[in-house]
Design a protein around this ligand. Structure first.
Ligand code: ZN
Length: 780
């Protein structure tokens, strides 16, 4: 492991008061994160390098983020083969750079630079600066890992050009997608070049007013008080503002980030730590609007939230920022990658009817390399220091070397967290000395699931947390969420804590409509979810659990390669369609850690569990009808033929029909007539049909990905119904009303009654999206 003293001295000269202990000074030896970090290095990294090779380096930011992630892996473990491979990538980046420092990973004419003449209209657009930001971060990481200046020189040459082109009295414009701001600060930290810091500040100050909320340019930065717009952009921007406050001490920047943080945590945060509930603009919604199935929670936004919260901690030394980091790491971020390490979620919803699955790649593959670079640095979030204060922020088995003003302290942390609450910290200062150990007491161990007012425990049991030093219970004060332990520490002093790990039920603020009548399971920082494979009916939205149910944790070696689940008892609700009775059947309940969901194929999943019948979606017992007893045939390549006639006659919720799947025609048959046909057992009289056109437009927007098992469904542009006459020819029905194609609801078509042995629907669609049907009902 290499250290570059010059850089570090600059890093700490005028900066945040609190400094995290960098990941290279912390070795993990835990059972939870160490295997994940190993998988990140051994599976995810080579997978991404292959993908980059396939795509021919065209996505600058993806390439740079991967180099950054690879550099962290290199910094933790020397690997000459990887180092050489990075050099070849860097050599090809050198070739893309112009004489003057301009760089784009795709060809851009001189006139198209910086978005061309019109603001961000050209090819390069805002993305040039965004990509440059990731280049700078990669360059600093690569330099720290290898001591080589090859990428750093490219970065500074490019940064020098940006300094020349942008600024007051030059081009006065800001990048749509922030990132370059915080990256310029990093480049300043690495080089000591003040103009980079000034340029970062310029990019903040030039933003707004009269722009859009989407780009956080609706107001000047210092007048913004709410988390709005695109969530990843927002997190990078707020990180940049926090950085600039740390260096300039201009109070308005601090007021801005404080107000925005309060707004986010009190009104816009999912229980998983995810942020950005709206998939259409990939961003924040109005206060308390936290839908579960359409929750966007982009993996990148969660990662960037950790970046921002870490900065807020470094500024304030308050444990509540680490509470958000811990929650986000263990839930919203970790669900972004599969157990296999090579499948990724872009959005991380809190409920599914089986339409979500991690993909091998995305049209905009921003999340996988972001995961790569974040996971490699997790050891760097465990400890921090300020003068003679040693912060223990996360509970992860590890050995940290921490430099305090009074000398070096070795901390050996032993714990089975997050499965068990035992934590032992063995301290070994290089000589006995007086200093303070600040051990974070998580909010969830102090009767609050998350900082802020959005969530609360259903039951609060106040059990004071016992801390012992060398086996003796001690009295301690809690300041800013930390147990403050100040004394003369000697070699092999031991601090022991037992964090309360009983499973809890969490309630959301009453203004969060999506969660009314529901609770979520939480144990420690882990949020739990119900998933279909663990439940008898292969569904979970039908399950109701009493608020008073007992819940216990158990280790199940047959679930998800062995994991700690929560077990309880619930009720499965079943509705007979031709009666008013609801059947209630007792069922054992198993909840899995949320981050592990969707590793057994796409299934129903729910984080928020009904405790009231009205919040559940009962199983509807299908009726035996003319359609359900029919044979189904359709255009070749159609999917899920049996979903069209399982005869769930009425969806309980207009927008989310009771489907575990739906029939869909092939995607490719644009401008071609496609059909689906019922063949009745015997000739029957029919006079109307009802078709439930399914359209999932709001559920998936920019997350268009390869091998999507549930691609975008749309209503057809037009459709027609035919019956087979006695001579076997298809005849159009004599319809009484118009053909309608309302999305997500039943469309009734009445016609002059006919006796036939077969009906056929033909559809036509002009765009490349599949027409889909949840249900096709036939009536006499
Ligand atoms: Zn992303």
């Amino acid at each position: 492991m290499k250290q570059y003293i010059l850089m570090l001295s600059i890093l700490f000269s005028q900066d945040y008061q609190i400094q995290p202990i960098t990941f290279t000074d912390v070795q993990l030896h835990d059972q939870f994160w160490a295997p994940i970090i190993k998988r990140n290095a051994e599976i995810t990294l080579p997978y991404l390098l292959d993908k980059i090779e396939e795509s021919g380096l065209s996505h600058g930011s993806i390439l740079y983020k991967t180099i950054e992630g690879a550099s962290y892996i290199l910094q933790a473990n020397e690997n000459s083969k990887l180092e050489q491979y990075l050099d070849t990538l860097i050599a090809s980046i050198t070739k893309m750079q112009g004489e003057d420092g301009y760089i784009s990973t795709f060809p851009v004419d001189e006139s198209e630079r910086w978005g061309g003449v019109d603001a961000f209209g050209g090819k390069g657009g805002a993305n040039e600066l965004y990509s440059s930001g990731h280049l700078f971060e990669a360059a600093v990481a690569h330099y720290l890992a290898t001591g080589k200046r090859n990428l750093l020189d490219i970065a500074t040459k490019n940064a020098d050009l940006i300094v020349e082109v942008f600024g007051w009295g030059k081009i006065e414009r800001f990048p749509t997608h922030p990132e370059v701001e915080l990256a310029l600060v990093r480049l300043y930290q690495a080089t000591g070049r003040k103009e980079y810091l000034e340029l970062a500040q310029f990019f903040l100050d030039v933003r707004g007013p009269n722009g859009s909320e989407y780009t956080q340019s609706h107001q000047k930065i210092v007048n913004q008080h709410e988390a709005v717009g695109h969530a990843v952009q927002a997190m990078y921007l707020y990180s940049g503002i926090t950085d600039i406050f740390a260096y300039t001490n201009i109070q308005q920047y601090q007021s801005t980030v404080n107000a925005i943080w309060e707004n986010m945590v009190n009104k816009k945060l999912y229980i998983t730590g995810g942020i950005g509930s709206n998939g259409i603009h990939e961003g924040f919604e109005e206060a308390y609007k936290l839908p579960n199935m359409t929750a966007y929670n982009e993996t990148c936004a969660s990662i960037a939230s950790v970046f921002w919260n870490q900065r807020m901690f470094m500024l304030n030394g308050d444990a509540r920022y680490i509470d958000i980091i811990e929650r986000t790491m263990y839930n919203a971020i970790l669900s972004g990658v599969s157990m296999s390490g090579d499948r990724f979620f872009y959005p991380n919803p809190l409920s599914s009817i089986g339409q979500f699955q991690r993909a091998s790649w995305y049209g905009v593959p921003c999340c996988p390399p972001n995961l790569l670079r974040f996971l490699g640095t997790i050891p760097g979030y465990i400890y921090a220091q300020k003068d003679n204060d040693l912060y223990v922020n996360l509970f992860i088995g590890s050995t940290g070397m921490i430099e305090l003003s009074k000398g070096l302290v070795k901390v050996i942390q032993t714990t089975d967290f997050p499965w068990q609450g035992n934590v032992e910290l063995k301290l070994s200062p290089d000589r006995p000395s007086l200093f303070t150990v600040k051990v974070r007491i998580p909010s969830w161990a102090r009767n609050k699931p998350v900082p802020g007012t959005l969530y609360r425990f259903m039951k609060n049991e106040n059990k004071p947390l016992i801390i012992t030093i060398n086996g003796e219970p001690i009295k301690y004060s809690v300041e800013k969420g930390y147990a403050v332990l100040k004394r003369k520490w000697r070699a092999d002093d031991k601090i022991n804590i037992n964090l309360p790990m009983d499973p809890k039920k969490v309630l959301a603020h009453s203004k969060v409509e999506a969660n009314s009548g529901r609770f979520a399971f939480q144990r420690g920082p882990l949020v739990y979810a119900l998933e279909a494979p663990d439940h008898q009916e292969g569904q979970v939205r039908n399950i109701v659990i009493s608020p008073n149910s007992t819940v216990k944790m158990s280790y199940q070696e047959n679930i998800l390669n062995g994991t700690h689940v929560l077990e309880s008892e619930g009720i499965s609700l079943e509705h007979q369609q031709n009666s008013d009775t609801m059947t209630r059947i007792k069922r054992p309940i198993t909840a899995i850690p949320y981050f592990l969901w969707a590793n057994r194929g796409p299934h129903e999943m729910a984080v928020w569990i009904p405790y009231k019948d009205s919040a559940a979606t009962p199983i509807i017992v299908p009726l035996e009808t003319l359609a359900s007893t029919s044979m189904v045939r359709a255009t070749g390549g159609s999917k899920n033929l049996d979903e069209i006639n399982n005869q769930y006659v009425f969806p309980l919720n207009q927008h989310l029909p009771k489907v575990s799947g739906y029939f869909r025609w092939p995607l490719e048959n644009k401008n071609k007539i496609q059909w689906v046909q019922y063949l009745f057992e015997k000739p029957s009289e029919v006079s109307s049909v009802k078709v439930y056109w399914y359209d999932n437009k709001p559920m998936i927007m920019t997350t268009w990905y390869e091998n999507d098992p549930w691609p975008r469904c749309r209503v057809p542009d037009s459709w027609k119904l035919y019956y087979r006459d006695q001579s076997g020819r298809w005849q159009p029905v004599q319809n009484k009303g118009k053909y309608t194609n309302e999305r997500d609801s039943y469309n009734l078509l009445e016609f002059n009654s006919v006796i036939t042995n077969s009906l056929k629907i033909e559809v036509l669609r002009h765009e490349t999206f599949a027409p889909c049907i949840s249900e096709w009902i036939v009536n006499k």
